[in-house]
Design a protein around this ligand. Sequence first.
Ligand code: NAD
Length: 479
Amino acid sequence: MASNLDIETYPGNIIKNEFVPTPTTRHSYNPATGKALYEVPVARKEDLDVAVSCARRAFETWSHTTFEERSSRLLAYADAMEENRLELETLQIMEQGKSLALTRTEITMALQWLRAFATMELKEEVLEDNATRTICQTRTPLGTCATIIPWNWPTLLGVGKVGPALMTGNVVVMKPSPHAPYCSLKLGELGMRIFPPGVFQVLSGGDDLGLWMTEHPGIDMVSFTGSIPTGKRVAASCAKTLKRYVLGLGGNDAAIVCEDVDISKCLPKLTTLAFLSSGQVCMLPKRIYIHEKIYEEWKDAMVEFSKENIRTGGGFEDGITVGPVQNKMQFEFVKDMYSQIKTASWKTALDGRVRDDSEGYFIEPAIIDNPPEDSRIVIEEPFGPIVPLLRWSSDEDVIQRANALRAGLGASVWSRDLDRAERMARQLDAGNVWVNSHFDVAPHVPFGGHKESGIGMEWGIEGLKHYTNVRILWKCKMY
Ligand code: NAD
């Protein structure tokens, strides 16, 4: 298959296993250089209509395929991705800005996830079986699923929706973020020679395409990942046609560090996580609560560690943790958050710096020293390399503060005393809670948020269920 790296214009959306060009095109930018990338399609309403009707026709056949057939196609698809992983990695660094190491991790995870989904089957359950009747619980696919993806982990989050949808007998129309459409179009292109026409299609377009998908009467389900405000709009729009939906939304995770930790072991992991991918991950420690007995020692060590180890630069450079902020809009948002350091008089442990002298969207890490609990840096998800350290003294109080926000995606407790840590962890109101870790995920483990961080779960058998309706079959053995 030809490489896309040297083209000027991508040949089209992927509809019914063909490239379908659009009258207008657009491009996004390499966030490390500010340079325009190649042109990609801008789907219109009529393109969506065509894709949906192809999908609905494909569903008639795909929904009757066996588990074995779906599984073997998904495995073949993972192999095709693996054969093309160098190009996927290059595209992803170009469009997203992640470091090479993290990009490789994302592609490796995407392959693992697909191969794991290929083994997952929702089996029929017998709820009752006796002389008079048998009651079975079966699962039926929903139909045409729209998968709407953000720009921060486009490959993993994309296949994390496509795999479960296809394995449960649904067909998919995928919409990448306008800020990061390149890998997703490549993913659609790779599917062209593996899935029957109409089973997996990709449309590139603007935010309005996402809205049209949620409104479209031919779409049966929406699997959405993105910000909380957009998630609310998706839910409201789906309500008009009572579409099923799964929402994976923003987070503002608390990490609670107890006074008994071994700082030399715990701090490098927690600090690296806080700045990973410039903080542009939904489920990172974004509020770090440090027990007052070790607060000063931790703060100094974190500053020293960050200065020595957390390097800012382009994704292709060696040893980078903090890549560029992914797009201009996000760059302006994070810059505004940094400007609060002066205007709101936050104390800094590490100053951070916006590299205004660079063509790329680079911002160096900042650590805010114990800001007020109601300040923007505590209550808003910054999605940038800036993190607050907050002092705490009682277990009860820190749990209450960790749970105080409307976000509830992840949370963690760090301690040598596993019983105490587990006791605290069990009180945290978040979909993913870790003891002595943060951001661990796996394809067989469901992943989702509490409160405004989402509705429903993705991945694992639980995630697969969200792509199905339950059908109860009552088989009465006499009239
Ligand atoms: P976003 O909400 O701006 O956009 C996400 C997607 O929604 C894009 O494809 C966009 O084009 C589309 N969209 C925009 N308006 C729409 C509408 N009205 N209807 C339907 N679709 C619409 O989010 P983003 O800036 O791309 O991503 C960053 C956010 O995503 C952060 O808040 C982050 O925490 C969150 N996120 C959550 C998870 C999770 O699994 N919980 C994972 C990754 C990112």
